[in-house]
Structures are given as C-alpha cells and as structure tokens.
Design a protein around this ligand. Structure first.
Ligand code: SF4
Ligand code: SF4
Length: 433
C-alpha cells in the first residue's frame, strides 16, 4: 500500500489520532470511513430524476460551486445545491414554490462539474407539476392562457401586432401585403409589437434597417409568440403548437435569413424549431448590425453624452454565445463612455425575466429580498453609469420598473441599443429626420 494511504488508514474512524507526532484528532476523520446513510431517502430526488430531462438532478454531489453564481440565491435562498438538499430532506420540488423561481439563466450549468442542467430539469419538473394537477402561480397561468388564446402573453389581438408600423416614420413592409421574396424576415416578437417601450425600440430598429437599405419585411398579424419562455415555464404542448403554426406561416414566404429582436426567439429558432422541421439562418439584430458597422458607422453623426453600462441578456450571452456584437455597437456610439459591471459577459447577472420569470414577478417578489432586476439596477448605478443599455425586449420595462423601485429615477435611464443607435443617427423622435 502507498505509505501516505497507510497513514490515512491509521486515522479512519478514530476519535483520537496522532500521526507522526501530530495530533489530528477530531470528528472530521470519520469522512474516510463507511457510514450508514440514514437521514434521508432518495425518493424525492428520483421523483425528478425519472422525468425525461430531469435525470441530471440526481448527479449533484453538493460541491457548492453553483451557490455564488445563482442570481436567485443572491437575493434569496436558492440554487441547485439547495434544491437537491431540500429533496434529500423531504421537500418535494414539485410541491415547493422553488419550482417557479429558477429563471433558467444557465449560470449554474456554466460552473457545475457534474453538469446538473436546470435548463432541462426545470421545464420537465414544471410540466410534471402541471400534468399532475398541482396549482401554478396565477400570473403565470394568465400569461399561458393568453398565449394559447391570442398568440401572445399580453392578451392582445393578433390584428394589433402590426399597428406600430404606422408610427415608424419609414416604410415597414409586411409580407402578407407585399407578397414578394425578401432577404431578411424580421421576427419582431410580442413585447416589441405591443408594449409601449418595446415599440419604441421596434421603431428605432425599423429606421436603422431603412437607413441601411436592408431588404426586410415583417409578418405582422401572422406572427405568433415564438414560445420559448412558455416552454421553459413547463408548457411544452403550447410551445409545440406555436412552433408548428409559426413554421407553417413561414413556409408561405420566401426569405434568406431571419433577424430577431428577442434573444428568447433566437434560442427557440436555433435550438428547438429544427426538431419540428423549421431550419433557418437566424441572427440577433445586434449581430446583424455589428456586421453592418462599416456602413453604419458613418451614419452615427451625433455625439451622445452618456456614461453607459450594458446588461448581457442570458439568452443572447450564456445561451447563444453572443457577447461581442452589442459591445461593438456601444463602442461605435460617438461621445459615449462605456463601463462594464462587475458581473458581465459569461458571469452576467440575470434580469429575472427568463424561464417564465417575466410572468412571475409578484410571486417571486414575496420570496426574495429584492427583485433580480432591482439588484441589477443597483449594480449599474454603482458603476456611475447614467444609462443602462439592453438588447432584449423583456429588459426595458423590467429595469425601468426597478429604477423606480430603487429610487433611481432621474439618475439612470434604460435604453435599447437600437434606441441609442437611432439617436446617434438623428433618427429619434416623432418622425425620422
Ligand atoms: S455545482 Fe453542480 S454538483 Fe456542485 S452543488 Fe451545484 S449542482 Fe451540485
Ligand atoms: S439556472 Fe440560474 S436561476 Fe436557475 S438555479 Fe441555475 S443559476 Fe439559479
């Protein structure tokens, strides 16, 4: 036997141990010996691990690496390690409010040595909770019912989806009207079509596309929610219905690429629509505009006197690997000073909107010291920035609410990258100049 192992052998299960004259007595040395595991049952771990997608729940070995990176744990008491331990000690994830608090941000998966994958576990467990008749938070239920009935979580009529284009001040072609092939099909998504601040960003982006001479068109009233957040919230059936309908609609038109406003739609098109036969070349608008920088840069003629910081959307960064394009665009803005937050790029914090969190704000608020969006706004303020730049449609409204809730109105503005680019191009305001 290896001599060092012999020394270990000597101290197994001894309350008093002196090795080479050094007293190493203590209960710690019991870790080397056999123990009867009597204080938990694996049943509630198995309850999750036996679900398709839930398998890795059982792989956790409690190393704790996920603890400091989970954004929910920063403002509460959470994370995969804790969920596993709670299941060990008799708390069923299916019956716990914990089931609805994960935002599927993927920061734990980034660091987990065992690849415990909450991005698979959470949708599987949530679906099981729904199928087994457990109650789900009322606000989430409403968003899911709206999506099923109207094709968007806001409960807005389909015909209003294209209403924003009349305020764009530039032509925004709609495919069912123009009936011709285009190079870029712009997937606008729900919040940029209906929410007032989302519409601001859509108008800015339409003006930029127009100024660049892009050959683009939107689906308008024919577009339905891409459905990724509903899938992550546990409504796989609803997601599949939306995917099939959207793919059917897209098959009516000729286009070369899809450009999306929303990183959640990017994720759906790239990773999940192919399973239903929808194969597309999909770009986030920041990636497209960064590619167009040689033509865009000369149009950025107005200096913006802002000190800005940037929030990486989880579903653009960690989930789809795009960190550079938004930064290239920000750094191209004349007059702007750019400062990073401490938690940025791969380790970026989460706005709280992913994985169904967009529709669980009140539910989560009662279970956390502060909202994730408020935590992020405080971090942005701490950099000395006066502008928080975003490029996901969930974020403008979430962060603007958080600015008010944290008493930072007048100190921090929240702007989509498209809005800042349009401002630097002199395209802001009632009509494009
Ligand atoms: S990092 Fe992975 S293995 Fe370690 S405690 Fe967290 S979930 Fe468990
Ligand atoms: S995916 Fe994000 S929110 Fe969910 S447990 Fe992991 S780190 Fe926490």
């Amino acid at each position: 036997m290896d001599p060092s192992l012999e020394k270990v052998q000597e101290v197994w299960e001894r309350e008093t141990a002196i090795v080479e004259g050094v007293d190493i007595s203590g209960p710690w040395n019991r870790m080397f010996g056999q123990r009867v595991i009597w204080d938990y049952t694996p049943d509630l771990i198995e309850e999750i691990a036996q679900l398709p997608g839930g398998e890795s729940f059982a792989w956790c070995y409690q190393c704790g690496k996920c603890v400091p990176v989970c954004p929910v744990d920063v403002v509460g008491d959470y994370g995969p390690r804790k969920l596993y331990r709670r299941a060990q000690t008799g708390i069923s994830l299916l019956d716990s409010p914990d089931l609805w608090l994960c935002t599927t941000c993927a920061n734990c998966l980034r660091v987990c040595p065992k690849q415990v994958d909450m991005i698979q576990i959470m949708p599987a467990a949530r679906e099981q909770a729904m199928l087994s008749g457990r109650s789900i938070p009322a606000e989430l239920q409403e968003a899911l019912e709206n999506t099923a009935k109207y094709g968007n979580p806001l409960g807005q009529p389909a015909r209003k989806r294209e209403a924003w284009v009349k305020d764009a001040g530039v032509p925004v072609p709609i495919l069912h009207q123009i009936q011709r092939p285009v190079e870029w099909l712009w997937w606008v998504e729900c919040y940029p079509s209906y929410h007032p601040r989302g519409i601001d960003a859509s108008i800015a982006l339409a003006r930029i596309f127009h100024a660049l001479g892009l050959d683009f068109a939107i689906l308008g009233r024919e577009e339905k929610c891409a459905g990724d957040s509903q899938r992550l919230a546990g409504e796989r059936g609803l997601f599949e219905m939306l995917a099939e309908e959207n793919i059917r609609t897209l098959s009516k038109y000729e286009f070369q690429h899809i450009v999306v406003t929303d990183p959640h739609a990017l994720n759906a098109f790239r990773k999940h629509y192919p399973k239903f036969g929808g194969h597309y070349d999909v770009w986030h608008y920041t990636t497209l505009l960064a590619r167009e920088l040689p033509r865009l840069r000369p149009l950025l003629t107005r200096a913006l006197p802002y000190r800005v910081t940037f929030h990486d959307p989880c579903y653009l960064g960690r989930h789809n690997g795009e960190y550079d394009a938004p930064r290239q665009l920000i750094q191209a803005l004349p007059g702007v000073e750019f400062v990073e937050m401490l938690r940025c790029r791969e380790n970026s914090y989460c706005c709280g909107g992913g994985g169904g969190g967009m529709w669980l704000d009140s539910f989560a608020a009662g279970r956390q010291r502060r909202r994730l969006s408020e935590e992020r706004v405080l971090e942005a303020v701490s950099t000395g920035a006066d502008t928080l730049v975003v490029c996901c449609p969930y974020e403008v409204s979430r962060f603007e609410d958080a600015v008010k809730a944290t008493g930072n109105e007048g100190r921090l503005q929240v702007r989509d990258i498209a809005e800042l680019l349009a401002e630097a191009m002199g395209l802001s305001g009632e009509a494009a100049e």
